[in-house]
Design a protein around this ligand. Sequence first.
Ligand code: CU
Length: 130
Amino acid sequence: MRRGVCLALGLFAFGLTGCSASEDSEVSLASGHRFEPETITVEVGTTVTWVSESDDAHTVTAYEESIPDAASYFSSGGFASEEEARDDLPGALLKSGDTYEVTFKRPGTYAYFCIPHESDGMKATVIVQE
Ligand SMILES: [Cu+2]
């Protein structure tokens, strides 16, 4: 029943993606060296997908000190620590069209950045609520 309502609303909006939860948990690596949106709030268990829509290569790299207790570190390239990610920039880069996903299992505020554009202020936040 609920699905049917979704479908109807989606058709009304000329698209079926309007009811997709994943649309709310997508972050663009946008041109101008920024994450869009800069702050995203999701519920525990949500998978956030970063999509590179920029001609430049970027990384999605968590600030290790900001990771909540008991939460896993994350960085594009699958590194286990911020230091490892910084030491292997080519392995961390997402090129245009690449995607990167993280499922957030612990509540808290996760600050992250792009290694090559950190000094340009390419930083953002994921807020995970219970
Ligand atoms: Cu960048």
